[in-house]
Design a protein around this ligand. Sequence first.
Ligand SMILES: [Zn+2]
Length: 585
Amino acid sequence: MPNSVNCSTIPPVKKQTISSLILLACLLAILTLAACSPVAASGEAEPSTAVPPSPSPTATASPPPTLAPPATPTAAPTAVATYTPTPAPPQFSNPPDEALAQTAVAHNAELLRPEPANTGLWQYAANTFIHPLALVVHQDTAYLLDGGRVLALDLARPAAPELLLSPGDVAAGVTVIEPLDLFAAPDGLLVLDRAGDVYRRDWDTAAWSLERDDRPIGDTSSHYYVALDGQADGRFLLETSYKYVMDYVDGQQQALWMLPEARAVDVAAAPGADDIPNVYVLLQALDSDAGSLRLYRDTASVTSFRPPEIITQPRQVVAADTAVYVLDENGRRLLVFAPDNGRLQQIWQLPAAVSAIGQTPDGALLLAGRDRLYFPNQPLRLAAISGGPQLVGPQPHDPAFLAAIGGFSSPIGPNVSPRDLQMPGAPRHYRLGVHQGSDFYWSLGSPVYAVAEGTVIRAMHDYTPPFPAEFFAWQAEAQQLGYTSEEALDFYRGRQVWIQHANGLVSRYVHLDSIDYRIQEGQPVTQGQLIGTVGNSGSPGSLESEDSDVHLHFELWLGDHYLGQFLRPVETRYWIERILLGRAP
Ligand SMILES: [Zn+2]
Protein backbone atom coordinates (compact mmCIF):
# COMPACT_ATOMS: atom_id res chain seq x y z
CA MET A 1 0.00 0.00 0.00
CA PRO A 2 1.95 3.03 -1.14
CA ASN A 3 -0.59 5.60 -0.02
CA SER A 4 -2.66 4.84 3.01
CA VAL A 5 -4.86 7.77 3.84
CA ASN A 6 -6.80 8.45 6.98
CA CYS A 7 -10.47 7.69 6.59
CA SER A 8 -11.32 11.05 8.16
CA THR A 9 -9.95 12.74 5.05
CA ILE A 10 -12.29 15.35 3.69
CA PRO A 11 -12.31 16.23 0.01
CA PRO A 12 -11.07 19.77 -0.62
CA VAL A 13 -13.77 22.41 -0.40
CA LYS A 14 -13.01 25.29 -2.72
CA LYS A 15 -15.90 27.71 -2.34
CA GLN A 16 -16.12 28.31 1.35
CA THR A 17 -18.63 31.10 1.00
CA ILE A 18 -21.47 28.68 0.36
CA SER A 19 -22.55 27.79 3.85
CA SER A 20 -24.77 24.92 2.73
CA LEU A 21 -21.76 23.27 1.16
CA ILE A 22 -19.91 23.53 4.45
CA LEU A 23 -22.88 22.02 6.24
CA LEU A 24 -22.95 19.20 3.74
CA ALA A 25 -19.21 18.68 4.15
CA CYS A 26 -19.59 18.68 7.94
CA LEU A 27 -22.27 16.06 7.62
CA LEU A 28 -20.00 14.06 5.35
CA ALA A 29 -17.19 14.44 7.86
CA ILE A 30 -19.34 13.15 10.68
CA LEU A 31 -20.52 10.24 8.56
CA THR A 32 -16.99 9.46 7.45
CA LEU A 33 -15.64 9.64 10.97
CA ALA A 34 -18.50 7.51 12.20
CA ALA A 35 -17.72 4.91 9.58
CA CYS A 36 -14.30 4.33 11.07
CA SER A 37 -14.95 5.45 14.62
CA PRO A 38 -14.27 2.10 16.35
CA VAL A 39 -10.67 2.29 15.13
CA ALA A 40 -10.11 6.02 15.10
CA ALA A 41 -11.61 6.56 18.55
CA SER A 42 -9.50 4.03 20.44
CA GLY A 43 -6.45 4.16 18.19
CA GLU A 44 -4.49 1.68 20.28
CA ALA A 45 -5.71 -1.94 20.34
CA GLU A 46 -5.19 -4.12 17.29
CA PRO A 47 -8.67 -5.05 16.08
CA SER A 48 -7.53 -8.61 15.46
CA THR A 49 -7.19 -9.20 19.21
CA ALA A 50 -10.90 -8.56 19.58
CA VAL A 51 -11.74 -11.36 17.17
CA PRO A 52 -12.08 -14.73 18.90
CA PRO A 53 -9.74 -17.35 17.46
CA SER A 54 -11.53 -19.41 14.88
CA PRO A 55 -10.39 -22.66 13.29
CA SER A 56 -11.10 -21.44 9.76
CA PRO A 57 -12.27 -18.21 8.13
CA THR A 58 -15.50 -19.85 7.07
CA ALA A 59 -16.39 -20.57 10.70
CA THR A 60 -17.04 -16.90 11.37
CA ALA A 61 -19.61 -16.79 8.62
CA SER A 62 -22.07 -18.75 10.78
CA PRO A 63 -21.37 -17.96 14.43
CA PRO A 64 -23.57 -19.30 17.22
CA PRO A 65 -26.66 -17.08 17.38
CA THR A 66 -26.08 -16.25 21.07
CA LEU A 67 -22.63 -14.72 20.36
CA ALA A 68 -23.54 -12.71 17.31
CA PRO A 69 -24.05 -8.99 18.09
CA PRO A 70 -27.17 -7.91 16.24
CA ALA A 71 -25.53 -4.93 14.52
CA THR A 72 -22.45 -6.75 13.27
CA PRO A 73 -22.60 -7.12 9.50
CA THR A 74 -21.50 -10.43 8.04
CA ALA A 75 -18.68 -8.67 6.17
CA ALA A 76 -16.89 -7.83 9.42
CA PRO A 77 -14.37 -10.71 9.34
CA THR A 78 -13.22 -9.67 5.88
CA ALA A 79 -12.72 -6.09 7.03
CA VAL A 80 -10.63 -7.25 9.96
CA ALA A 81 -8.49 -9.44 7.75
CA THR A 82 -7.48 -6.50 5.52
CA TYR A 83 -7.11 -3.96 8.32
CA THR A 84 -4.08 -1.71 8.34
CA PRO A 85 -3.45 0.77 11.16
CA THR A 86 -5.11 4.09 10.54
CA PRO A 87 -2.99 7.19 11.24
CA ALA A 88 -4.34 9.33 14.03
CA PRO A 89 -6.32 12.34 12.81
CA PRO A 90 -3.95 15.31 12.59
CA GLN A 91 -4.13 17.83 15.39
CA PHE A 92 -2.36 21.00 16.37
CA SER A 93 -2.66 23.66 19.00
CA ASN A 94 -1.77 27.33 18.86
CA PRO A 95 -2.62 28.84 22.26
CA PRO A 96 -2.93 32.65 22.44
CA ASP A 97 0.29 34.60 22.87
CA GLU A 98 -0.42 37.64 25.04
CA ALA A 99 2.69 39.53 23.93
CA LEU A 100 1.74 39.15 20.29
CA ALA A 101 -1.81 40.30 21.03
CA GLN A 102 -0.37 43.48 22.55
CA THR A 103 1.85 43.99 19.51
CA ALA A 104 -1.22 43.78 17.30
CA VAL A 105 -3.07 46.34 19.42
CA ALA A 106 -0.06 48.66 19.41
CA HIS A 107 0.07 48.55 15.61
CA ASN A 108 -3.69 48.74 15.17
CA ALA A 109 -3.56 45.47 13.26
CA GLU A 110 -5.96 42.56 13.29
CA LEU A 111 -4.63 39.48 15.10
CA LEU A 112 -5.26 36.12 13.46
CA ARG A 113 -4.49 32.80 15.03
CA PRO A 114 -4.69 29.62 12.94
CA GLU A 115 -6.25 26.86 15.05
CA PRO A 116 -8.22 23.72 14.28
CA ALA A 117 -11.54 25.61 14.18
CA ASN A 118 -10.39 27.75 11.24
CA THR A 119 -7.44 25.91 9.69
CA GLY A 120 -7.05 22.53 8.05
CA LEU A 121 -3.99 20.32 8.39
CA TRP A 122 -2.40 17.61 6.32
CA GLN A 123 0.05 15.55 8.34
CA TYR A 124 2.72 13.74 6.31
CA ALA A 125 4.90 10.82 7.42
CA ALA A 126 7.71 11.64 9.84
CA ASN A 127 10.76 13.23 8.16
CA THR A 128 9.07 13.73 4.80
CA PHE A 129 10.14 17.35 5.16
CA ILE A 130 11.72 19.07 8.14
CA HIS A 131 12.28 22.76 7.48
CA PRO A 132 10.99 23.76 4.03
CA LEU A 133 12.53 26.85 2.43
CA ALA A 134 10.07 27.39 -0.39
CA LEU A 135 6.49 26.46 -1.27
CA VAL A 136 4.92 27.30 -4.63
CA VAL A 137 1.71 26.09 -6.24
CA HIS A 138 0.84 25.30 -9.85
CA GLN A 139 -2.71 24.17 -10.56
CA ASP A 140 -3.46 21.48 -7.95
CA THR A 141 0.11 20.67 -6.97
CA ALA A 142 2.33 22.28 -4.36
CA TYR A 143 6.11 22.20 -4.86
CA LEU A 144 8.12 22.24 -1.68
CA LEU A 145 11.86 22.64 -1.14
CA ASP A 146 13.38 20.88 1.85
CA GLY A 147 16.68 19.20 2.55
CA GLY A 148 17.88 20.30 -0.89
CA ARG A 149 15.08 18.23 -2.47
CA VAL A 150 12.08 19.33 -4.48
CA LEU A 151 8.88 17.47 -3.56
CA ALA A 152 5.54 17.55 -5.40
CA LEU A 153 2.50 17.47 -3.10
CA ASP A 154 -0.92 16.77 -4.58
CA LEU A 155 -3.39 19.30 -3.17
CA ALA A 156 -6.44 17.83 -4.88
CA ARG A 157 -6.31 14.70 -2.78
CA PRO A 158 -4.07 13.55 0.07
CA ALA A 159 -1.30 11.39 -1.36
CA ALA A 160 2.32 10.52 -0.69
CA PRO A 161 4.64 13.24 -2.05
CA GLU A 162 6.71 12.65 -5.15
CA LEU A 163 10.45 13.39 -5.18
CA LEU A 164 11.32 15.51 -8.23
CA LEU A 165 14.91 16.59 -7.64
CA SER A 166 17.74 15.95 -5.17
CA PRO A 167 21.32 17.18 -4.75
CA GLY A 168 23.59 15.09 -6.97
CA ASP A 169 20.90 14.54 -9.60
CA VAL A 170 21.76 15.54 -13.13
CA ALA A 171 19.29 18.05 -14.58
CA ALA A 172 19.77 18.97 -18.23
CA GLY A 173 23.37 17.74 -18.06
CA VAL A 174 24.28 19.71 -14.93
CA THR A 175 24.90 18.13 -11.54
CA VAL A 176 22.54 19.69 -9.02
CA ILE A 177 24.43 21.04 -6.02
CA GLU A 178 21.82 22.43 -3.66
CA PRO A 179 18.48 24.01 -4.60
CA LEU A 180 17.78 27.20 -2.64
CA ASP A 181 14.52 28.63 -3.99
CA LEU A 182 11.55 27.88 -6.27
CA PHE A 183 9.28 29.80 -8.60
CA ALA A 184 6.18 28.52 -10.41
CA ALA A 185 6.60 30.18 -13.81
CA PRO A 186 3.97 29.95 -16.55
CA ASP A 187 6.14 27.51 -18.52
CA GLY A 188 7.49 25.38 -15.70
CA LEU A 189 8.86 25.00 -12.22
CA LEU A 190 12.04 27.06 -11.78
CA VAL A 191 14.67 25.91 -9.28
CA LEU A 192 17.50 28.19 -8.17
CA ASP A 193 20.69 26.36 -7.20
CA ARG A 194 23.18 27.83 -4.73
CA ALA A 195 25.69 27.62 -7.58
CA GLY A 196 23.65 30.27 -9.45
CA ASP A 197 22.02 28.02 -12.04
CA VAL A 198 18.28 27.98 -12.62
CA TYR A 199 16.72 24.68 -13.73
CA ARG A 200 13.29 24.54 -15.34
CA ARG A 201 10.98 21.54 -15.20
CA ASP A 202 8.42 21.78 -17.98
CA TRP A 203 4.85 21.51 -16.65
CA ASP A 204 3.72 19.30 -19.51
CA THR A 205 6.68 17.09 -20.36
CA ALA A 206 8.38 17.03 -16.90
CA ALA A 207 11.69 17.44 -18.77
CA TRP A 208 14.45 19.50 -17.19
CA SER A 209 16.23 22.30 -19.01
CA LEU A 210 18.71 24.96 -18.00
CA GLU A 211 16.98 28.32 -17.70
CA ARG A 212 20.15 30.00 -16.51
CA ASP A 213 23.55 28.32 -16.71
CA ASP A 214 25.96 29.93 -14.28
CA ARG A 215 28.79 27.46 -13.92
CA PRO A 216 30.50 27.67 -17.34
CA ILE A 217 30.91 31.39 -16.78
CA GLY A 218 33.89 30.35 -14.69
CA ASP A 219 34.31 33.86 -13.38
CA THR A 220 35.90 34.60 -10.06
CA SER A 221 33.40 37.25 -8.99
CA SER A 222 31.49 36.48 -5.87
CA HIS A 223 27.87 36.86 -6.89
CA TYR A 224 25.52 35.05 -4.55
CA TYR A 225 21.91 34.70 -5.65
CA VAL A 226 19.75 33.84 -2.66
CA ALA A 227 16.19 34.05 -4.00
CA LEU A 228 14.15 33.90 -7.19
CA ASP A 229 10.69 35.09 -8.22
CA GLY A 230 8.93 36.28 -11.33
CA GLN A 231 5.98 38.09 -12.80
CA ALA A 232 4.75 37.90 -16.37
CA ASP A 233 7.95 37.81 -18.46
CA GLY A 234 10.17 39.08 -15.64
CA ARG A 235 12.53 36.77 -13.74
CA PHE A 236 14.05 38.34 -10.66
CA LEU A 237 17.17 37.11 -8.91
CA LEU A 238 18.14 38.59 -5.56
CA GLU A 239 21.87 39.03 -5.00
CA THR A 240 23.31 39.48 -1.50
CA SER A 241 27.02 39.98 -2.17
CA TYR A 242 26.87 43.12 -4.31
CA LYS A 243 23.24 43.73 -3.30
CA TYR A 244 21.06 44.10 -6.35
CA VAL A 245 18.04 42.59 -8.07
CA MET A 246 18.70 41.20 -11.52
CA ASP A 247 16.27 40.55 -14.33
CA TYR A 248 17.53 37.77 -16.59
CA VAL A 249 14.62 37.30 -18.98
CA ASP A 250 15.28 36.10 -22.55
CA GLY A 251 18.94 35.41 -21.90
CA GLN A 252 19.56 39.07 -21.11
CA GLN A 253 20.95 39.90 -17.71
CA GLN A 254 20.31 43.31 -16.27
CA ALA A 255 20.85 44.62 -12.77
CA LEU A 256 17.66 46.53 -12.05
CA TRP A 257 17.94 48.00 -8.60
CA MET A 258 20.86 48.45 -6.26
CA LEU A 259 19.79 47.64 -2.72
CA PRO A 260 20.72 49.36 0.55
CA GLU A 261 23.53 47.92 2.67
CA ALA A 262 21.70 44.98 4.22
CA ARG A 263 21.40 41.20 3.92
CA ALA A 264 19.19 40.09 1.06
CA VAL A 265 16.58 37.64 2.33
CA ASP A 266 13.87 37.16 -0.29
CA VAL A 267 12.20 38.68 -3.35
CA ALA A 268 8.56 38.51 -4.48
CA ALA A 269 6.84 40.00 -7.50
CA ALA A 270 3.17 40.79 -8.07
CA PRO A 271 1.16 42.33 -10.92
CA GLY A 272 1.34 46.12 -10.87
CA ALA A 273 -0.27 48.99 -12.71
CA ASP A 274 0.47 49.45 -16.44
CA ASP A 275 1.81 45.88 -16.64
CA ILE A 276 4.85 46.90 -14.64
CA PRO A 277 5.45 44.37 -11.87
CA ASN A 278 5.69 45.34 -8.23
CA VAL A 279 8.84 43.74 -6.82
CA TYR A 280 9.14 43.45 -3.05
CA VAL A 281 12.56 42.89 -1.50
CA LEU A 282 12.94 41.59 2.05
CA LEU A 283 16.14 42.60 3.81
CA GLN A 284 17.79 42.17 7.19
CA ALA A 285 20.12 44.68 8.84
CA LEU A 286 23.83 43.83 8.76
CA ASP A 287 24.26 44.06 12.53
CA SER A 288 20.90 43.02 13.95
CA ASP A 289 17.79 40.89 13.36
CA ALA A 290 15.79 43.91 12.20
CA GLY A 291 14.11 43.38 8.86
CA SER A 292 12.80 45.75 6.24
CA LEU A 293 10.58 45.46 3.19
CA ARG A 294 10.98 47.60 0.09
CA LEU A 295 8.96 47.98 -3.06
CA TYR A 296 10.65 48.52 -6.44
CA ARG A 297 8.95 49.42 -9.70
CA ASP A 298 10.34 50.22 -13.08
CA THR A 299 13.58 52.05 -12.34
CA ALA A 300 13.27 53.05 -8.72
CA SER A 301 12.28 52.32 -5.15
CA VAL A 302 8.69 53.32 -4.36
CA THR A 303 9.02 55.68 -1.42
CA SER A 304 5.28 55.80 -0.69
CA PHE A 305 5.49 52.13 0.31
CA ARG A 306 6.55 52.40 3.94
CA PRO A 307 5.74 49.48 6.23
CA PRO A 308 6.10 50.10 9.98
CA GLU A 309 9.38 49.00 11.55
CA ILE A 310 8.10 45.77 13.01
CA ILE A 311 9.87 43.03 11.02
CA THR A 312 12.42 40.94 12.94
CA GLN A 313 14.22 37.76 11.88
CA PRO A 314 12.66 37.89 8.38
CA ARG A 315 12.50 34.64 6.42
CA GLN A 316 10.23 34.95 3.38
CA VAL A 317 8.00 37.31 1.40
CA VAL A 318 5.04 36.36 -0.81
CA ALA A 319 3.28 39.03 -2.85
CA ALA A 320 -0.21 39.14 -4.30
CA ASP A 321 -2.14 42.09 -5.72
CA THR A 322 -4.22 42.27 -2.53
CA ALA A 323 -1.58 41.73 0.16
CA VAL A 324 2.10 41.21 0.85
CA TYR A 325 2.94 38.47 3.34
CA VAL A 326 6.15 38.44 5.35
CA LEU A 327 7.17 35.42 7.40
CA ASP A 328 9.25 36.73 10.28
CA GLU A 329 10.49 36.15 13.84
CA ASN A 330 12.14 33.00 12.55
CA GLY A 331 8.83 31.54 11.38
CA ARG A 332 6.63 32.40 14.34
CA ARG A 333 4.66 35.28 12.75
CA LEU A 334 3.08 36.21 9.47
CA LEU A 335 2.76 39.94 8.80
CA VAL A 336 0.24 41.08 6.19
CA PHE A 337 0.90 44.47 4.57
CA ALA A 338 -1.14 46.55 2.15
CA PRO A 339 0.54 46.17 -1.26
CA ASP A 340 0.45 49.87 -2.15
CA ASN A 341 1.50 51.75 1.00
CA GLY A 342 2.78 49.01 3.31
CA ARG A 343 0.23 49.58 6.05
CA LEU A 344 0.24 46.64 8.50
CA GLN A 345 -3.16 44.97 8.20
CA GLN A 346 -2.85 41.70 10.07
CA ILE A 347 -0.50 39.77 12.33
CA TRP A 348 -0.83 36.03 12.32
CA GLN A 349 0.34 34.02 15.27
CA LEU A 350 1.62 30.88 13.56
CA PRO A 351 1.60 27.34 14.88
CA ALA A 352 5.13 26.30 15.86
CA ALA A 353 7.74 25.72 13.18
CA VAL A 354 6.24 27.19 10.03
CA SER A 355 9.18 27.81 7.72
CA ALA A 356 7.62 28.44 4.31
CA ILE A 357 4.45 30.03 2.96
CA GLY A 358 2.83 29.75 -0.43
CA GLN A 359 -0.28 30.77 -2.29
CA THR A 360 -2.64 28.83 -4.55
CA PRO A 361 -3.72 30.32 -7.91
CA ASP A 362 -7.08 31.28 -6.37
CA GLY A 363 -5.37 33.19 -3.56
CA ALA A 364 -5.60 30.71 -0.69
CA LEU A 365 -2.58 30.78 1.62
CA LEU A 366 -0.64 27.63 2.55
CA LEU A 367 1.75 27.23 5.45
CA ALA A 368 4.43 24.53 5.63
CA GLY A 369 6.23 23.32 8.72
CA ARG A 370 7.78 20.04 9.75
CA ASP A 371 5.82 17.29 7.97
CA ARG A 372 2.75 19.52 7.83
CA LEU A 373 0.75 21.65 5.46
CA TYR A 374 -1.68 24.09 7.07
CA PHE A 375 -4.73 25.37 5.17
CA PRO A 376 -5.97 28.64 6.74
CA ASN A 377 -9.72 29.19 6.30
CA GLN A 378 -10.17 25.57 5.19
CA PRO A 379 -10.75 23.76 8.49
CA LEU A 380 -12.30 20.74 6.82
CA ARG A 381 -9.12 19.82 4.99
CA LEU A 382 -7.80 17.15 7.33
CA ALA A 383 -5.65 14.20 6.37
CA ALA A 384 -2.92 11.98 7.72
CA ILE A 385 -0.76 10.78 4.87
CA SER A 386 1.78 7.99 4.94
CA GLY A 387 4.37 6.89 2.41
CA GLY A 388 6.61 8.94 0.19
CA PRO A 389 10.30 9.84 0.37
CA GLN A 390 11.69 10.41 3.83
CA LEU A 391 14.94 11.89 5.10
CA VAL A 392 17.03 9.38 7.03
CA GLY A 393 19.24 10.18 10.00
CA PRO A 394 19.91 13.49 11.75
CA GLN A 395 19.52 16.45 9.43
CA PRO A 396 21.60 19.64 9.51
CA HIS A 397 18.55 21.87 8.96
CA ASP A 398 16.50 20.39 11.80
CA PRO A 399 15.75 23.34 14.13
CA ALA A 400 15.22 20.96 17.07
CA PHE A 401 18.71 19.51 16.60
CA LEU A 402 20.30 22.91 16.06
CA ALA A 403 18.59 24.38 19.12
CA ALA A 404 19.88 21.51 21.27
CA ILE A 405 23.54 22.24 20.47
CA GLY A 406 24.92 23.97 23.51
CA GLY A 407 28.18 24.80 25.22
CA PHE A 408 30.26 25.50 22.12
CA SER A 409 32.59 28.48 21.89
CA SER A 410 34.24 30.40 19.07
CA PRO A 411 37.38 28.91 17.50
CA ILE A 412 38.82 32.43 17.24
CA GLY A 413 37.57 35.83 18.40
CA PRO A 414 34.15 37.11 19.37
CA ASN A 415 32.60 37.54 15.91
CA VAL A 416 31.70 35.67 12.76
CA SER A 417 32.19 37.32 9.38
CA PRO A 418 29.66 40.00 8.48
CA ARG A 419 29.76 38.82 4.84
CA ASP A 420 27.33 36.11 3.71
CA LEU A 421 29.91 35.07 1.16
CA GLN A 422 32.16 33.90 3.98
CA MET A 423 29.47 31.76 5.59
CA PRO A 424 28.53 28.12 4.94
CA GLY A 425 26.47 27.58 1.79
CA ALA A 426 27.95 30.47 -0.21
CA PRO A 427 28.96 29.70 -3.78
CA ARG A 428 32.59 29.21 -4.78
CA HIS A 429 32.56 29.95 -8.49
CA TYR A 430 36.26 29.30 -9.06
CA ARG A 431 35.71 25.61 -8.30
CA LEU A 432 32.02 25.35 -9.26
CA GLY A 433 31.02 24.46 -5.74
CA VAL A 434 29.77 25.60 -2.40
CA HIS A 435 31.56 26.87 0.69
CA GLN A 436 31.10 24.44 3.55
CA GLY A 437 32.36 26.52 6.48
CA SER A 438 32.80 29.95 8.04
CA ASP A 439 35.78 32.17 7.30
CA PHE A 440 37.42 34.11 10.14
CA TYR A 441 39.88 36.68 8.85
CA TRP A 442 42.74 36.92 11.34
CA SER A 443 46.42 37.54 10.78
CA LEU A 444 48.98 34.84 10.05
CA GLY A 445 49.88 32.88 13.18
CA SER A 446 46.82 33.85 15.27
CA PRO A 447 45.89 31.04 17.69
CA VAL A 448 42.92 28.74 16.95
CA TYR A 449 41.08 26.96 19.76
CA ALA A 450 38.87 23.87 20.13
CA VAL A 451 35.18 24.88 20.16
CA ALA A 452 34.21 22.07 22.57
CA GLU A 453 35.74 19.05 24.23
CA GLY A 454 36.14 16.00 22.05
CA THR A 455 38.56 13.59 20.43
CA VAL A 456 41.00 14.38 17.63
CA ILE A 457 40.17 12.22 14.61
CA ARG A 458 42.47 13.91 12.09
CA ALA A 459 45.57 16.06 12.47
CA MET A 460 47.71 16.65 9.36
CA HIS A 461 51.08 17.18 11.01
CA ASP A 462 52.82 15.84 7.88
CA TYR A 463 51.17 18.30 5.45
CA THR A 464 53.39 19.51 2.63
CA PRO A 465 52.31 22.44 0.46
CA PRO A 466 51.30 21.30 -3.04
CA PHE A 467 52.88 22.43 -6.28
CA PRO A 468 50.93 24.97 -8.35
CA ALA A 469 50.25 22.29 -10.98
CA GLU A 470 48.11 20.42 -8.47
CA PHE A 471 45.84 23.44 -8.08
CA PHE A 472 45.39 23.62 -11.82
CA ALA A 473 44.67 19.89 -12.00
CA TRP A 474 41.90 20.13 -9.40
CA GLN A 475 40.49 23.18 -11.12
CA ALA A 476 40.46 21.30 -14.41
CA GLU A 477 38.70 18.40 -12.74
CA ALA A 478 36.01 20.75 -11.37
CA GLN A 479 35.50 22.26 -14.84
CA GLN A 480 35.18 18.79 -16.32
CA LEU A 481 32.79 17.47 -13.67
CA GLY A 482 30.87 20.71 -13.30
CA TYR A 483 31.29 20.61 -9.52
CA THR A 484 33.98 20.16 -6.85
CA SER A 485 34.76 16.54 -5.99
CA GLU A 486 35.21 15.40 -2.38
CA GLU A 487 38.91 14.82 -3.07
CA ALA A 488 39.30 18.35 -4.39
CA LEU A 489 37.54 19.78 -1.35
CA ASP A 490 39.98 17.94 0.88
CA PHE A 491 42.88 19.29 -1.15
CA TYR A 492 41.65 22.86 -0.82
CA ARG A 493 41.32 22.54 2.96
CA GLY A 494 45.08 22.20 3.27
CA ARG A 495 46.55 21.58 6.73
CA GLN A 496 43.59 20.63 8.91
CA VAL A 497 42.42 19.21 12.24
CA TRP A 498 39.14 17.38 12.85
CA ILE A 499 37.60 16.91 16.30
CA GLN A 500 34.74 14.54 17.09
CA HIS A 501 32.30 15.84 19.70
CA ALA A 502 29.82 13.98 21.87
CA ASN A 503 26.65 15.03 20.05
CA GLY A 504 27.60 13.62 16.66
CA LEU A 505 29.15 16.87 15.48
CA VAL A 506 32.63 17.13 14.03
CA SER A 507 34.53 20.42 13.98
CA ARG A 508 37.19 21.04 11.30
CA TYR A 509 39.95 23.68 11.51
CA VAL A 510 41.21 24.41 8.03
CA HIS A 511 43.99 26.28 6.13
CA LEU A 512 46.15 26.10 9.28
CA ASP A 513 49.71 27.39 9.24
CA SER A 514 50.72 25.06 12.06
CA ILE A 515 49.21 22.42 14.34
CA ASP A 516 50.06 22.26 18.04
CA TYR A 517 52.18 19.16 18.83
CA ARG A 518 49.70 18.07 21.56
CA ILE A 519 46.94 17.66 18.98
CA GLN A 520 47.28 13.98 18.09
CA GLU A 521 44.77 11.62 16.48
CA GLY A 522 42.88 9.57 19.08
CA GLN A 523 43.73 11.98 21.88
CA PRO A 524 41.14 13.97 23.84
CA VAL A 525 41.01 17.75 23.70
CA THR A 526 39.37 20.20 26.07
CA GLN A 527 37.28 23.19 25.10
CA GLY A 528 39.51 26.15 24.40
CA GLN A 529 42.65 24.02 23.91
CA LEU A 530 45.11 25.39 21.36
CA ILE A 531 44.69 23.63 18.01
CA GLY A 532 47.19 25.52 15.91
CA THR A 533 47.60 28.80 14.08
CA VAL A 534 45.89 30.63 11.24
CA GLY A 535 47.35 30.32 7.73
CA ASN A 536 46.31 29.89 4.12
CA SER A 537 47.41 26.30 3.39
CA GLY A 538 45.45 24.70 0.56
CA SER A 539 43.74 27.94 -0.47
CA PRO A 540 44.38 29.45 -3.91
CA GLY A 541 45.87 32.43 -2.07
CA SER A 542 48.74 30.22 -0.85
CA LEU A 543 49.97 30.09 -4.46
CA GLU A 544 50.66 33.81 -4.34
CA SER A 545 52.38 34.26 -1.02
CA GLU A 546 52.51 33.09 2.58
CA ASP A 547 50.25 35.88 3.77
CA SER A 548 47.80 36.12 0.88
CA ASP A 549 44.17 35.51 1.86
CA VAL A 550 45.17 34.24 5.31
CA HIS A 551 42.14 33.15 7.35
CA LEU A 552 40.75 30.38 9.50
CA HIS A 553 38.18 28.31 7.63
CA PHE A 554 36.04 26.52 10.21
CA GLU A 555 33.46 23.79 9.50
CA LEU A 556 30.89 21.97 11.61
CA TRP A 557 29.65 18.63 10.28
CA LEU A 558 26.79 16.33 11.14
CA GLY A 559 27.38 13.04 9.35
CA ASP A 560 27.66 13.86 5.65
CA HIS A 561 26.21 17.35 6.05
CA TYR A 562 27.85 20.66 6.84
CA LEU A 563 26.02 22.96 9.23
CA GLY A 564 24.33 25.62 7.15
CA GLN A 565 23.27 23.12 4.50
CA PHE A 566 19.58 23.31 3.49
CA LEU A 567 19.13 26.63 5.32
CA ARG A 568 18.56 30.16 4.04
CA PRO A 569 21.67 32.35 4.34
CA VAL A 570 20.09 34.42 7.14
CA GLU A 571 19.19 31.20 8.96
CA THR A 572 22.70 29.84 8.61
CA ARG A 573 24.04 33.02 10.19
CA TYR A 574 21.43 32.83 12.94
CA TRP A 575 22.43 29.29 13.93
CA ILE A 576 26.20 29.74 13.54
CA GLU A 577 26.11 32.84 15.75
CA ARG A 578 23.93 31.08 18.27
CA ILE A 579 26.11 27.96 18.42
CA LEU A 580 29.57 29.55 18.35
CA LEU A 581 28.92 32.91 20.00
CA GLY A 582 26.12 31.89 22.36
CA ARG A 583 23.77 34.51 20.97
CA ALA A 584 20.30 34.33 22.48
CA PRO A 585 17.48 33.29 20.12
ZN1 LIG B 1 36.46 29.25 3.68
